[in-house]
Design a protein around this ligand. Structure first.
Ligand code: PEP
Ligand code: MN
Length: 263
């Protein structure tokens, strides 16, 4: 995978480490627009995020707004002139996201575990030029994470990044998902050209841990962070405990210390 493109060569991303921010879910047009506006007012981020199709663990909670939300993305992009990413979990999601001009696709942890799902997504990406972020599988299985990245690569995509969001565990812990940093480090050594991002929000499960997890990722030379950000986190329709306000996002990003490169 020598020809994987570094993040700096992704057309919409200029800096490393990069910051990706936005709500867990797009809820209403007003919520999405107001959140993204406030992010832009507070801090420079490279890419906005919002989930349209939400993989909820149990039925009965908000499962995402669906295609309607992709129309809101257009309004956000036009007003703020910023790129946006969303999760895709099947071929129809890929087709719709591309139809509405979503700039970057991400594959969620519950999809990365399933080679059938990943192959379906990879097949839908054949002949398409769009960056893809591949989250780790929910279980700590490096081969499964690499296999998903390879399937996306084999479909012809060259702008690929991995995203570390922690791993499920039945043990009681301060984390929602155990970071198990050694797995992400192992991925970095197996695929040294592959950009790797960290999602401290899903590792933490609560907003108090976002800063230390982000700092740890940057200390480990991760290429960027994806941080769930909502204009009214406590009333969010999904992942309310772990989202931060745009003001807090700016504080977190301004507090993180970035090592000066020695070269
Ligand atoms: C998300 O980013 O909102 C999400 C559902 O993530 P994950 O696949 O990491 O659980
Ligand atoms: Mn979420």
């Amino acid at each position: 995978m020598q020809d994987i493109q570094p993040l700096k060569n992704w057309s919409m991303i200029k800096d490393t480490p990069i910051a990706i921010a936005g709500p867990c879910s797009a809820e209403t047009e007003e919520q999405l627009l107001a959140t993204c506006r406030q992010i832009k007012e507070n801090i420079d981020v490279s890419l906005l995020r919002a989930g349209i199709w939400k993989p909820r663990t149990r039925p009965g909670s908000f499962e995402g707004i669906g295609e309607e939300g992709l129309k809101w993305f257009k309004a956000v992009k036009e007003e703020l002139n910023m790129p946006i990413t969303t999760e895709v979990a099947n071929a129809q999601h890929v087709e719709l996201a591309l139809k509405y001009g979503v700039d970057v696709l991400w594959i969620g942890a519950r999809s990365t575990v399933n080679p059938f799902t990943i192959q379906e997504i990879a097949d839908a990406l054949k002949g398409v030029d769009v960056p893809v972020i591949v989250k780790n599988p929910i279980n700590p299985d490096l081969a499964l994470w690499m296999g998903a990245i390879e399937r996306i690569y084999n479909s012809g995509i060259r702008n690929i990044a991995a995203l570390h969001r922690g791993f499920s565990s039945h043990q009681k812990s301060k984390y929602r998902n155990e970071p198990m940093w050694s797995l992400a480090i192992a991925l970095k050594s197996e695929l040294p050209n592959l950009p790797i991002l960290c999602d401290p929000s899903h590792i933490a499960g609560n907003r108090d841990l976002i800063l230390p997890i982000s700092q740890k990722a940057i200390d480990l030379d991760f290429d960027g962070l994806m941080i769930e950000t909502h204009y009214d986190p406590t009333n969010a329709w999904s992942d309310a405990a772990q989202q931060v306000t745009p003001e807090r996002l700016a504080e977190i990003l301004n507090t993180i210390k970035i090592k000066q490169s020695s070269s």
